[in-house]
Write a protein that binds this ligand. Structure first.
Ligand code: NAD
Length: 359
């Protein structure tokens, strides 16, 4: 098969970790006889330096012409003095809205070889952790009406949580379809005991569930869900939730799996088009030192093969190449135990690419 892929290296460790993903993609291309055509584009600080704006029109065009997008990371202290709407991170919001990416998928999985990195006591995670958080990305509190006004109590401010049935239905459908390929369990997380928007959210999730009788659905209020994530994370398969609850819970879920350098993400629109990137930022403190863990970026490439190209075998080949590298004892600095010699970014990327070809 032939695919067009837009690649955005970005800033800091972005280009270093993206290189690891591209080596994995090349290995998959060779092993499975696909043709993947790359178009490099700029966003973030690199784009500001070159064009004066964080998300040039040309980059949007390159992404829209592609079947999928892979991003390294954006941001860095060089651009911290710029006003909010001109900073590198604006490129992320711009890409999401320009590309219609309404669902954010963040898996939080604990590799057996890295069980020691989990901050929870072993008896709390007897069967490991394998959670997929499906977060609504373009609606809710972060996009609703907001403002300030004077009141008897002084200045006041408000934000609005607004969700339409269609916005909820499409994210619920995404969560149920993903669950069908996993353990067939969805936990809906809302605050339906207090919020009217959550009551509509829950009614809509329940209605969508009727089309997926093979998937088990349960509901948790967000405060309870935050507790269950650290008390019994094994109870979760797929979580579906709102923009704000998902923002908070996906960070909590990522922390219980150890390093931020291990976790990929996907932002998807309706047609399978997606933007794939590690959850971490540009890590300026370790940029250019061959210290970054490329695994989050490499696993983002696996997600791309699964969710945009529907190539499960190719996705699994990348994932098992990562597992093989970890089981063989290779560790970047962020995940190594005391005293062990770290593997560099380039070396780890090379080992994983070779594992794909040999697998
Ligand atoms: P960060 O994720 O870049 O780094 C946090 C800590 O984790 C740092 O100590 C860093 O060294 C470490 N780390 C991150 N990724 C790692 C990896 N792959 N391997 C090993 N260690 C890793 O978060 P931050 O320091 O808060 O932000 C740095 C810059 O990144 C900021 O400009 C921020 O706005 C930006 N940012 C970008 C994105 C994105 O591009 N999607 C996301 C978050 C933050």
């Amino acid at each position: 098969m032939k695919f067009n892929l837009a690649v955005i290296p970005g800033d800091g460790i972005g280009p270093e970790v993206l290189d690891g993903a591209l080596q994995a993609i090349r290995a998959v291309e060779e092993k499975f006889s696909h043709q993947i055509v790359l178009a490099e584009a700029e966003a973030g600080g690199a784009a500001i330096d070159k064009t004066g704006e964080p998300l040039p029109r040309e980059t949007i065009r390159a992404c829209k012409n592609a079947d999928s997008v892979m991003l390294g990371a954006v941001g860095g202290w060089q651009w911290d003095h710029l006003p909010g709407d001109q900073r590198p991170e604006r490129a992320l919001l711009g890409l999401r809205s320009e590309l219609g990416l309404y669902a954010n998928l963040r898996p939080a999985a604990l590799h057996k070889a890295l069980a020691d990195a989990c901050p929870l006591r072993p008896e709390l995670v007897p069967n490991g952790i394998d959670i997929m958080v499906v977060r609504e990305l373009t609606g809710g509190l972060y996009f609703g009406d907001r403002g300030r006004k004077q009141t008897d109590m002084g200045e006041a401010a408000w934000d609005t949580e607004l969700y339409s049935v269609e916005e909820v239905r499409r994210i619920a459908v995404m969560a149920f379809s993903i669950a069908q390929k996993r353990q067939k369990r969805v936990t809906n997380i809302d605050k339906a005991n207090v919020l009217e928007s959550s009551r509509l959210w829950r009614e809509t999730v329940l209605a969508a569930a009727r089309e997926y009788p093979d998937v088990m659905l349960d509901h948790l209020y967000v405060d309870n869900a935050a507790m269950q994530l650290i008390r019994d994370p094994g109870r979760f398969d797929v979580i579906v939730t709102t923009n704000m609850f998902g923002d908070i819970l996906s960070d909590e879920a990522s922390q219980i799996t150890g390093s931020i350098g291990m976790l990929p993400s996907a932002s998807l629109g309706g047609s399978g088009f997606g933007l794939y990137e590690p959850i971490h930022g540009s890590a300026p403190d370790i940029a250019g030192q061959n210290l970054a863990n490329p695994i989050a970026s490499i696993l983002s490439a696996a997600m791309m093969f699964r969710y945009s190209f529907h190539l499960e075998e190719e996705a699994a080949a990348i994932e098992s190449a990562v597992t093989k590298a970890l089981e063989a004892g290779y560790r970047t600095a962020d995940i190594r135990g005391a005293g062990a010699a770290p593997t560099g970014t380039k070396e780890m990327s090379g080992i994983i690419a070779r594992n794909i070809l040999a697998g």
